[in-house]
Design a protein around this ligand. Structure first.
Ligand SMILES: [Mn+2]
Length: 204
């Protein structure tokens, strides 16, 4: 095995005038999480992400939610992306690609992840008006795409998320996060047949 030794973990703290975020991540966890972003629906999505990606995740965040949830949610997503990049290390031995199709009742979402080192998000299929809906009265639907943008950019992931069906905004958002989690679970998994970094370039 040419994979560098050591746990695939990261601990990131980020403080700005808009928020403070502390996050701990273990890519080789069991899906345990302790999430407190002060934004309840985002806690729900991150709990689902940890559970279905088999990533242990602790998040403590606070921010200017007296304005709205936007800054705090965006900043947590930035820090999650930074932590994923750090925890992946040199990416030796990873499967690299993952894909998933996840239903939640009437909703159906597809996600494809490439741990490419090239940030890119292709996102489509949310029904008209989803981006304007306040899920739980506080989480704007547009934030779902926005968090995937932040995660993909800061982690260095190529991510395709497609909503194939759905009517209930809670279901649609949750199916998107679960599909992303399942695809990421495959992509970050260590494959014993992979020697070194799975790229013809020799680096990701
Ligand atoms: Mn739910």
């Amino acid at each position: 095995m040419t994979r560098s030794a050591g746990p695939r973990t990261a601990s990131v703290r980020r403080a700005t005038s808009e928020s403070t975020v502390e996050l701990e991540l273990d890519l080789d966890g069991s899906g345990r999480s302790h999430i407190d972003t002060t934004v309840p629906f985002f806690d729900h999505l991150l709990t689902a992400f940890a559970k279905h990606s088999l990533t242990d995740l602790t998040v403590r965040a606070s921010g200017d939610t007296d304005i709205d949830a936007h800054h705090t949610v965006e900043d947590v997503a930035i820090v999650l992306g930074q932590a994923i990049r750090e925890a992946l290390g040199d990416k030796s031995g990873i499967s690299r690609y993952g894909d998933a199709l996840v239903p939640l009742d009437e909703a159906l979402a597809q996600a494809v992840v490439d741990i490419s080192g090239r940030p890119y998000l292709v996102h489509s299929g949310e029904p008209a008006g989803f981006e304007l809906h306040l899920i739980g009265g506080h989480f704007t639907g547009s934030l779902v795409r926005h968090t995937f943008e932040a995660i993909a950019f800061h982690a260095g992931l190529t991510v395709h998320v497609t909503v194939l069906a759905g009517r209930d905004p809670h279901h649609i958002a949750e199916a998107e996060y679960k599909a992303f989690a399942r695809a990421f679970r495959q992509a970050k998994a260590l494959d014993p047949l992979v020697e070194g970094v799975p790229s013809t370039k020799g680096a990701l």
